[in-house]
Ligand binder design. Structure first.
Ligand SMILES: Cc1ncc(COP(=O)(O)O)c(C=O)c1O
Length: 218
């Protein structure tokens, strides 16, 4: 199956999940995760109507965003402070702001480029030691710090639940945090669990494999 057919199937599944959840289709944004995929695959998806893409590596994001500036690019990977300068200015939304030092650097670079950078706070909902994300009890303080930064706009929360667990309790916990903080966006749900995420309130789903197939090895 080609990218356009895969995309149409994913769109249909999103529509069905929205309908089951009693939600409007346009309350869920699809980010096509193109990490590791050649630009040709991205162009096929773009030609089929997909306009928003997610990348995990700063340099790859930069190159693809330069090749296809008409698309909207999101940064969804673990972000090192020294890569922030590559990401700011190329990403409409950074999903993975997870610590105050990173927020500070994002803010500094946004100021240098005279822009406001939209961010989500990544939460390590499964408390996995090897994973990025603020721990749930750190989120209030991080949110308070980011709110003080004029060059950042915090739009919501993002999570990647532990792979071997039922994702729903984690999705629910993220939604409760989002509601408590009065934020709008919930970036959650990937190929394996995006329908559950939509039923639990996701406003952004990040889908790679179901659209592009398995990622080529790096
Ligand atoms: C943060 C993040 N979200 C979503 C995805 C897409 O995952 P999948 O290919 O399972 O849809 C990836 C893949 O690497 C990812 O790192």
């Amino acid at each position: 199956m080609g990218v356009a057919e895969n995309l149409a199937r994913v769109q249909e599944r999103i529509r069905a999940a929205c309908s089951r959840a009693g939600r409007d289709r346009d309350t869920v944004q699809l980010v096509a995760v193109s990490k590791g995929q050649p630009i040709e695959a991205v162009l096929l998806a773009f030609a089929a109507g997909q306009t928003v893409f997610g990348e995990n590596y700063a340099q790859e994001l930069h190159e693809k965003a330069d090749a296809l500036p008409e698309a909207e690019w999101h940064f969804i990977g673990a972000l090192q402070t020294n890569k922030v300068k590559i990401v700011v200015g190329h990403s409409a939304l950074v999903h993975t702001c997870d610590r105050a030092s990173l927020a500070n650097e994002l803010s500094k670079r946004a100021e240098m480029k005279n822009i406001v950078q939209r961010v989500l706070l990544e939460v390590n909902v499964g408390r996995e030691p090897q994973k990025g994300g603020a721990l749930p009890e750190q989120v209030d303080a991080l949110h308070a710090a980011v709110r003080e930064m004029e060059r950042l706009r915090c739009d919501g929360l993002m999570c990647i639940p532990p792979p071997e667990q039922d994702p729903r309790p984690h999705f629910r916990a993220l939604r409760e945090m989002r509601d408590r903080l009065g934020l709008r966006e919930l970036s959650m749900g990937m190929t394996a669990d995006f329908e559950a995420a939509i039923e639990e309130g996701a406003t952004i789903v990040r889908i790679g494999t179901a659209i592009f197939g398995e990622r080529p090895r790096r």
